[in-house]
Design a protein around this ligand. Structure first.
Ligand code: FAD
Length: 322
């Protein structure tokens, strides 16, 4: 029996997020030849996000554009999705495991009385059935889950699943859905962002992270320089945040952000278990620490024992030559 997969394509300020293409990539991985992939894009200025999605050959792209969708508001967004769900009647709804996805996916699951599997890092398809892998205990173990029956909702961790591919010459029809104009009890007037203009930490392919070893606000400067050169983002341990060297929005770990970049460069970070919870799934980990016994070296693929204020500028100088 053919299935319908509905992908929520997240956009921010009208720009399609990388995780949207990864979520669509997950749908492409799961879908069999007879299955339909549908995409939904909602927001206040979605023209460019929708155009970017057209070549990926979805069976339909549902679009809902309205000024009330400028900022994420669960009441408004669930009402929009209810309209789409009614039309699409999906068997599986896919979200990115982002702040928005973590909030909206359970609302959709509750509405559909569906099961949900969150924070998926890998998908295998065995005899036509998708098997989802997700980390447990802050990445110390993994479990594999399947859906038995009924509608289902999943969230995909950014930077883990391959982005969608656009089959040559394909296009996707667009279907506008009217904004249902719900009577909202709360309205988001404004969103004040602390990290405007920077690469989103949870989606960055390269993260250069600083710990208490950076010793001051200025100590982050060489890390910022390296991150800028590599097109990456700067992160931090809680030690660095608690010491006031950087903002808590940079914190990576159990009580901060979870990142899985291709390269994670830990500078002056000891490697406490709570920090590892947020970065140990990174593809390649490079640790710079002057203490050869620092626990971070146990998870590092490459370790440099040395003073970060010598090593980081050296790395920057070498990368500049490439
Ligand atoms: P430290 O442990 O002080 O390590 C500093 C390191 O820098 C040392 O290894 C030192 O050798 C090295 N160093 C110093 N100077 C230099 C230099 N010049 N060059 C190179 N290396 C140098 N932590 C998180 O990170 N994220 C979390 O989400 C988080 N959540 C927590 C939740 C709970 C409930 C608790 C109890 C703790 C949590 N922590 C978290 C805190 C965690 O336990 C550690 O205290 C914290 O990660 C330590 O930060 P750090 O590695 O920067 O500092």
């Amino acid at each position: 029996m053919s299935k319908t997969l509905l992908v929520y394509a997240e956009n921010r300020d009208g720009k399609l997020r990388q995780v949207a293409l990864e979520t669509l990539g997950a749908a492409q991985q799961i879908a069999g030849a007879q299955d339909r992939i549908q995409v939904v894009v909602a927001g206040s200025d979605i023209t460019s996000a929708v155009s970017e999605l057209v070549p990926y050959g979805a069976d339909v792209i549902y679009t809902i554009e309205h000024p009330e969708l400028e900022h994420y508001n669960p009441e408004a967004y669930i009402s929009v999705l209810k309209s789409v769900l009614q039309q699409a009647a999906p068997d599986l709804v896919l979200f990115g495991h982002t702040a928005l996805g973590k909030d909206l996916a359970p609302l959709v699951a509750a509405h559909l009385a569906a099961g949900q599997i969150s924070d998926i890092t890998a998908i295998e398809v065995e005899e036509g059935n998708a098997v989802f892998t997700r980390p447990l205990y802050a990445g110390k173990a993994f479990e594999k889950r399947v859906f038995e029956n009924g509608p289902a909702v999943i969230t995909i961790r950014p930077n883990n699943v391959a982005a969608a591919t656009a089959p040559e010459g394909s296009a996707s029809p667009i279907e506008d859905i009217a904004y249902p104009s719900p009577s909202l009890r709360t309205i988001v007037k404004d969103v004040v962002q602390k990290t405007t203009g920077k690469i989103d930490l949870s989606e960055a392919k390269i993260v250069v992270s600083g710990g208490r070893g950076v010793k001051s606000v200025d100590g982050f400067k060489p890390l910022e320089e390296l991150a800028d050169l590599l097109g990456g983002a700067v992160g931090a341990s809680r030690g660095a945040c608690d010491a006031g060297y950087c903002d808590y929005s940079l914190q990576i770990g159990q009580t901060g952000k979870v990142v899985t970049p291709e390269i994670y460069i830990a500078c002056g970070i000891s490697g406490a278990i709570q920090h590892l919870a947020g970065m140990s799934q990174s593809r390649v980990i490079i640790a710079i620490n002057k203490d050869p016994e620092a626990p971070i070296f146990k998870v590092a693929d490459y370790g440099i024992v040395g003073d970060l204020f010598d090593v980081v500028p050296l790395l920057t100088a070498e990368f500049r030559k490439v």
